[in-house]
Design a protein around this ligand. Structure first.
Ligand code: PMP
Length: 429
């Protein structure tokens, strides 16, 4: 067995040599040393069922040989050249994205992360519309650059004190805790109407874009009512504002369709993607229509954006997703996971709400008065980890269990997670 330094030494080094904003989960964290499809292994040989897949990144499983072999082959052949030369993998990925992206989205620009993809998407929207303001949703998370932090509505993930100006936040479609104190469906999706109200009352009308996560991930698996985005798009079109869909967490089959916006019957004007496109390799892209792309002609490139290795990962990932119909699998297994989570909700009062689409599900943990069960969630996560199950923790109050496993899991894996969670909840009661 290799000589691992172990969790205590890692924490010591982190504290000494890294910037403290990099935080980790668990009171007794483990050193992860190996990944194999839906499983992770620690330095002591313990095995974990990974139901968070690196925040929606590993859709095809950890170190999936069908992908890693093609990446290794590319690393050995050609790792990087400047984009001033012609290479094939990048145009092949762009062509594939044009085939699968919703509506008229046909033209891509490649970068290295979700933050950069969103930066690029906003820049493109500003160049196209000649407007400068942006709308975002409460509870959103769009990245770690200064602009994308400023577009992030979750204060937990914001680093002040100098947010970029010209950003207005709109109440999010969070039906369990409606920001407008209404109830779906009687509310007539008033939260969508709020978009118009914010444009009229809080902006100078020079709005370039509204950026949204179709399902908010870190925001708490906030899943809008089915008609929400159609109404939002109608309002945006009236004002000539572009819709940017941040599919960084929801893309590539996660929610039961290739892209989550397809559930809502709406095509965004620009879509940003990252994470799952590389199944673990650094990658990001924004994709737009021919018409919008035409305005963006000044030379611009990203040194490693579109590099052959990340592109080889993307091509292998797209092949794997399509050959194994991972969107269909996520839809089927997601329905099963959801039904089992609802069973648990009926048994345990701490589960206040279950929501999501496909294999992006959340369970909001609450006390009897609906106040967030913030302390309990940490205990639950620790006990699950000690029993070999890894889940995520998200939401405005950080009281929502996030279930976002690799899409290659089996039904038995869901049963294991549900039974383990049930055991832990019984023990806590
Ligand atoms: N958008 C969403 C929806 C995200 O969840 C994240 C990261 N969690 C980002 C953007 C930023 O991506 P990255 O960390 O690759 O910059």
């Amino acid at each position: 067995m290799p000589n691992y330094i172990g969790p205590d030494r890692i924490i010591e080094k982190k504290q000494r040599y890294m910037i403290p904003c990099l935080y980790h989960f668990y009171e007794r964290p483990m050193q992860i040393v190996k990944g194999e499809m839906q499983f992770l292994y620690d330095s002591e040989g313990n095995k974990y069922l990974d139901f968070y897949s690196g925040v929606s990144t590993i859709n095809c499983g950890h170190c999936n040989p069908a992908i890693t072999e093609r990446v290794c082959e590319q690393v050995k052949t050609l790792q990087h050249v400047s984009s001033i030369y012609l290479t094939q993998p990048v145009v092949d990925v762009a062509e594939r994205l044009a085939e699968i992206a919703p509506g008229k989205l046909k033209r891509s620009f490649f970068v290295n992360s979700g933050s950069e993809a969103n930066e690029g998407a906003i820049l493109l929207a500003k160049v196209y519309t000649h407007d400068s303001e942006v709308l975002a949703l409460r509870n959103s998370l769009h990245g770690r650059t200064q602009l994308t932090i400023s577009l992030t509505g979750l204060s937990f993930w914001r680093t002040e004190p100098n947010p970029v100006g010209g950003i207005s936040f709109v109440p999010n479609p969070y039906c369990y805790r409606c920001p407008l104190n209404l109830k779906y469906p009687d509310c007539d999706i008033a939260c969508a109407q709020e978009v118009e109200r914010v444009i009229e009352t809080s902006t100078s009308r020079n709005v370039a874009a509204f950026i949204v996560e179709p399902i908010q991930g870190n925001g708490g698996i906030i899943t809008p009512p089915p008609e929400y985005f159609k109404e939002v798009k109608r309002i945006l079109d009236k004002y000539g504002i572009l819709l940017i869909a941040d599919e960084v967490q929801t893309g590539f089959g996660r929610t039961g369709k290739m892209f989550c916006m397809e559930h809502f019957g709406v095509s965004p004007d620009i879509m940003s993607v990252a994470k799952a496109l590389g199944n673990g390799m650094p990658i990001g892209a924004f994709i737009t229509t021919d018409e919008i792309a035409e305005c963006f002609t000044r030379p611009g490139s990203s040194t490693l954006g579109g590099n052959p290795v990340s592109m080889a990962a993307a091509l292998a990932t797209l092949d794997y997703i399509e050959e194994n119909d991972l969107p269909g699998r996520a839809a089927r297994l997601g329905d099963y996971l959801r039904s089992r989570l609802i069973e648990l909700k009926n048994k345990h009062r701490i589960i206040g709400d279950v929501r999501g689409l496909g294999l992006m599900q959340g369970a909001e943990l609450v006390h009897e008065d609906r106040s967030p069960a913030v302390k309990e969630i940490d205990i639950i996560l620790e006990k699950l980890k000690d029993r070999g199950v890894l889940l995520g923790k998200v939401g405005e109050f950080r009281n929502v269990l996030a279930f976002q496993p690799p899409l290659i899991i089996e039904k038995e894996d869901i049963d294991q997670v549900i039974e383990t969670l049930n055991e832990v909840l019984v023990e806590m009661e």
